[in-house]
Design a protein around this ligand. Structure first.
Ligand code: NAI
Length: 334
């Protein structure tokens, strides 16, 4: 049994974590769980946003299944998500957006994986007051970080027989920083002549993704663009409730939904647990339990295709618990 660290998060985090752990127990995933409360509530009750035992657990297990955590806007503490990615050098944020046949969207064959650089760019959070009315924010781009995310994208493409990689940038304006990202891409692309390599300026990419998403395969880009573009790709497949992600470094791996803590629906028991469940499937793949991951993915497809049981974000009226139970029944039929 492999120990896995679990952060229940806040907002809808606890609701979807409970749903996912129920399903993982149902399929007898060969894991044990070290479960922690994190976030603002934990800070007010015990004085730390992430308790030291939670860090220690992740440092031991090296695998974290994480629910979303709220980040205050415009003030307050720095994002715990950014902190975790930096602290554990989780440099590759991989976000696969794949159409689900049962979810009606304008395009039925979207299969786009965003590789987002995860450790630098504007997310280093360095902002200076130049005078009372002027703020400068620092965008940090290093050759080392560019090369490792671009290499990760090509290695993934090679391993999974993906055909094309598009580098997304704004080097026409940010000539030095995005220029460096583009230069690194062009250098590495030469090492993979059998994979089609393409470059797109971010604004043009957004228009083309909406008009003809089936022309894109793997996208690789700096941190901020990756954050925004991956939400766009979630819209192409039916919404944020469906998009999983993994954050990979040399030593650690963190699996989480792309969406946030959804405070607008927290506590209403209508959150869609699919994105976190599919993230748990990525964790199962990562630990060589692809068969169990496929069992869960098949059960999700079965429920969405053959029943009307779905959460409101994807057009249904089911609660999180009703949807979870429907997946459990589908698992029994597989
Ligand atoms: P959000 O992703 O939480 O919500 C955006 C919209 O999508 C909302 O209408 C929400 O109800 C809906 N939504 C999201 N996930 C859903 C789900 N599973 N089922 C049904 N509907 C869902 O984005 P928002 O509102 O911008 O951020 C809320 C908080 O989450 C902020 O504090 C933000 O910093 C934090 N956040 C945390 C992340 C993480 O922990 N990795 C990632 C993104 C945001």
């Amino acid at each position: 049994m492999k120990p896995i660290t679990v952060f229940r998060g806040d907002g809808i985090g606890p609701e979807i974590t409970d749903a996912v752990l129920t399903i993982l127990n149902e399929v007898k995933a060969p894991f044990t769980y070290e479960i922690f409360e994190v976030g603002e509530k934990e800070y007010h009750s015990h004085g730390a946003l992430i308790p030291p035992q939670a860090f220690a657990s992740f440092e031991k297990t090296k695998l974290l299944l994480k629910a979303p955590i709220t980040t205050p806007i415009g003030c307050g503490f720095r994002s715990l998500n950014v902190l975790l990615r930096e602290k554990y050098n989780l440099f590759a944020n991989i976000r696969p957006a794949k159409s689900t046949p049962a979810i009606k969207t304008p395009f039925s064959h979207v299969d786009i994986i965003t590789f987002r650089e995860n450790t630098e760019d504007l997310y280093i959070g360095v902002e200076y007051n130049m005078d009372a009315d002027t703020i400068h924010a620092i965008k940090k781009i290093t050759k080392k970080a560019c090369l490792r995310i671009i290499n990760a994208a090509y290695q993934y493409a090679q391993k999974h027989q993906r055909k094309k990689i598009t580098c997304v940038h704004k080097a026409n304006i940010l000539k030095k920083s995005d220029g460096l990202f583009l230069e690194c891409f062009n250098t590495i692309a030469k090492e993979y002549p059998h994979i089609q390599s393409d470059t797109k300026i971010i604004d043009n990419l957004c228009m083309q993704l909406v008009m003809k998403p089936d022309e894109f395969d793997i996208l690789v880009m700096p941190n901020l663009y990756g954050d925004i573009v991956s939400d766009l790709t979630s819209g192409l497949i039916g919404g944020l409730g469906l998009l999983p992600s993994m954050n990979i470094g040399d030593d650690y791996a963190l699996f989480e939904a792309v969406h946030g803590s959804a405070p607008d629906i927290a506590g209403k028991h209508i959150a869609n647990p699919t994105a976190l469940l599919l993230s748990a499937c990525l964790l199962l793949d990562h630990t060589n339990h692809n068969d169990i991951a496929e069992q869960i993915r098949t059960a999700i497809q079965h429920v969405l295709k053959n029943t009307t049981i779905r959460t409101p974000d994807i057009g249904g009226t089911a609660t999180t618990e009703e949807y979870t139970q429907a997946i459990i029944r589908a698992l029994a039929h597989n």
